[in-house]
Design a protein around this ligand. Structure first.
Ligand code: J9Q
Length: 235
């Protein structure tokens, strides 16, 4: 069982994700528990203030350290070998998320996901309380909430006993370091375009060969970076 605690100023953003089928299955199956926490619950002032102006000036606001460190230490304990959870800050400065990292995190017992806002979190939070920073890619977002959802969904698909279809998870894009080739369903002809003959031939060996060829082709063309790292990794 993996427990994920999410700390955010927008806990309600996560509600649809948790109630809808995707994670629903992982949670129903007992492999995953997600707990939402409002960062403002760890403020002490009347206005529940979570941000302030940046030292040195500049645009935007920076998230204050006190609520963050209080929240993280309440959920994970102080940083060190006794800590009960791995604390991850979703941030543009983080290490890029990969399927390898997802596999690693899916083996943990507890995670705390800290969702900061775009302008940033006081660096002392990172230095004192965060174990690692993760980015989902190089684009501007307004906060770490959507990146946290990406991470939760990716992890949920790997939890033991919670996967609807283990076969499809293994062969899907990236698990083997190769993209999937084209997929078709009925009708056999749509707007004059035919499904490739081989897929309708019933020749399973020929189908497997054709799919493997298309997979390598699309990977080489669209993702030469992936193609370079083998494509034969086969998990
Ligand atoms: C918190 N852009 O972007 C990509 N991965 C994480 C992020 C991010 C962001 C702004 C705030 C996280």
């Amino acid at each position: 069982m993996l427990r994920i605690d999410v700390v955010t100023i927008f806990p309600e953003l996560f509600e649809p994700l948790l109630s809808t089928s995707l994670l629903g299955a992982a949670i129903e199956g007992g492999g995953l528990a997600v707990e939402l926490h409002d960062l403002r619950d760890w403020t002490e002032d009347r206005h529940r203030t979570v941000d302030d102006e940046p030292y040195g000036g500049g645009p935007g606001m920076v998230m204050k350290p006190e609520p963050w460190v209080a929240a993280i230490e309440a959920l994970a304990g102080p940083r060190g070998p006794e800590r009960e959870a791995r604390v991850i800050l979703l941030s543009p400065q983080g290490e890029r998320l990969s399927q390898e990292k997802v596999r690693e995190l899916a083996r943990e017992r507890r995670l705390v996901l800290a969702c900061g806002r775009y302008e940033g979190v006081d660096q002392r939070v990172v230095d004192l309380a965060v174990d690692e920073e993760i980015s989902i890619g190089d684009y501007v977002l307004s906060g770490g909430e959507v990146p946290a959802m990406v991470l939760i969904e990716a992890i949920s698909r790997l939890l033991p006993g919670t996967l609807g279809n283990p076969e499809s998870s293994r062969t899907e894009s990236f698990e083997g370091g190769v993209l999937e080739g084209p997929q078709y369903t009925r009708p056999a002809v749509f707007r004059g375009r035919e499904v490739p003959e081989v897929l309708r031939s019933g020749d399973h060996a020929a189908i497997a060969r054709w799919r493997h060829e298309r997979a390598l082709e699309i990977t080489k063309r669209r993702r030469p970076d992936l193609a370079a790292s083998g494509g034969e990794e086969e998990r």
